[in-house]
Design a binder for this molecule. Structure first.
Ligand code: SF4
Length: 422
């Protein structure tokens, strides 16, 4: 049902159809079905629950007409900047760079949240919406209902829904897998295990709790609660993230159960977006010990499964310095296994992370290049390697230069991993 309203100042269009597939393209693209309010100085987008999801300024003070603000399920605002296109795409694999309001390890990007035009929207969108509601007369009733509901979804309510989401998942997703960029980070978080196997010294996101599995009943309960919380907007999601930090260690049975239940109960493969995607983190041990049948099953279940493994370094001195309790031999064996799985399964991509920092032992980068360059006679399109800067809030030209140098030499797709929460 399409409904709209137009006076000379305000155009409201309900249920606009955006793209039905995630695409990498150099102009702004909107996904799924959403409603739009367009005024002389701003565009606001709302999801199928009439919660705000995007805002774009239309005044001369707005930084760039192709840039926008996204409001996330975790109640964050993220500013997408084009950063001059070429540099951003080379560094991240995406045409737009997410700029975050909280400390992160990005080494590129600006400070858009300091711009008055950006602040006016993040802080004043709801006041603006109330003004629009009062100023429009004689709107068709579906448009009136939409406006009432959108006004009722106040910043406080959206904050409460974010907290409900964290409660359902047993905590906030403090870091999303880097591969979630392929679906613009629009993932439904489903916790099937908590904690991780290693408790590495360098890691800022680890919990002290021992690695523990959720039961099947707990997983089903979570899925049903998520379905209720996402409500009508569930139709705009085709991707699930199995948390927490090492869901691969949960084993074949629990992973396949969670995957099948999410497809069936959340309808991921019947969404407004084509295909279905599964994301999870794994570790050296969980990958080396994984039942091969797991990959056969996942390859059939989802259009794409992305498993991200933290290798960090192929240099023992660096691993020891990081306090990562694994050996170089394990890292090399895991890297080999990753290539084998990537070659065998068309619908599965295993990606891995290595760290970057100015203070690492001198063996770190040569050992990295031995893996990602010397192991291959030619460039491969699959098996992305992410470089994750250790330092937080320290944009650095030297690190960008270092990254570009490593990327040029790598024979695997190589990008920066920008730590982003849900
Ligand atoms: S890097 Fe991964 S394995 Fe190590 S402590 Fe952090 S979450 Fe755990």
């Amino acid at each position: 049902m399409k409904e709209s309203y137009d006076n000379k100042d305000t155009l409201i269009t309900l249920y606009k159809e955006g793209s039905d597939s995630y695409t990498k393209i150099s102009f702004p693209i909107r996904y799924g079905v959403y409603s739009e309010i367009r005024t002389r100085d701003a565009v606001l987008h709302f999801n199928l629950n009439h919660e705000i999801v995007r805002a774009v300024g239309r005044t001369r003070q707005w930084i760039h007409p192709n840039e926008w603000l996204k409001h996330t399920r975790g109640d964050d605002w993220v500013y997408y900047s084009n950063g001059g296109y070429a540099g951003v795409f080379e560094a991240t694999g995406e045409y737009y760079l997410p700029n975050l309001q909280y400390p992160t390890n990005a080494i590129i990007g600006g400070k858009p949240f300091k711009e008055p035009a950006v602040k006016r929207l993040t802080q004043g969108w709801h006041q603006r919406l109330l003004g629009i509601r009062q100023s429009v007369n004689g709107v068709p009733s579906p448009v009136g209902r939409f406006l009432d509901q959108a006004c009722a979804n106040t910043p406080e309510i959206l904050g409460q829904r974010a907290r409900q989401l964290f409660e359902i998942s047993g905590g906030r997703v403090t870091v999303m897998p880097p591969d979630a960029r392929h679906v613009d980070y629009d993932i439904i978080p489903l916790t099937i295990s908590q904690g991780c196997l290693y408790k590495c010294r360098f890691c800022r996101i680890k919990t002290d709790l021992p690695f523990a599995l959720k039961t099947k009943d707990e997983i089903t309960e979570q899925i049903l609660a998520l379905k209720q919380l996402y409500n009508k907007d569930i139709a705009n999601y085709n991707s699930v993230f199995l948390g927490e930090h090492d869901a691969l260690a949960a084993g074949r049975e629990l992973i396949v159960f969670a995957a099948e239940q999410s497809l069936a109960l959340l309808g991921l493969d019947r969404a407004n977006l084509g295909g279905s995607n599964l994301f999870l983190f794994g570790s050296v041990d969980s990958l080396l010990n994984a039942d091969p049948d797991l990959f056969d099953r996942l390859n059939r279940l989802f259009s794409h499964t992305y498993i991200n493994i933290g290798l960090e370094s192929a240099d023992q001195e660096t691993l020891d310095k990081l306090g990562k309790p694994i050996t170089v031999a394990q890292v090399e064996q895991t890297f080999k296994t990753i290539q084998t799985i990537n070659d065998k399964y068309p619908n599965i991509e295993i990606t891995c992370n290595f760290i970057m920092d100015e203070s690492l032992p001198k063996g770190h980068y040569p050992s990295f290049l031995r893996l990602v360059r010397e192991n291959f006679s030619h460039a491969k399109p699959k098996g992305t390697v992410y470089l994750s800067p250790l330092a937080i809030n320290q944009p650095s030209r030297e690190m960008v230069f270092k990254f570009n140098h490593l990327k040029c030499l790598s024979r695997l797709p190589t990008f920066l991993y920008i730590i982003q929460r849900l």
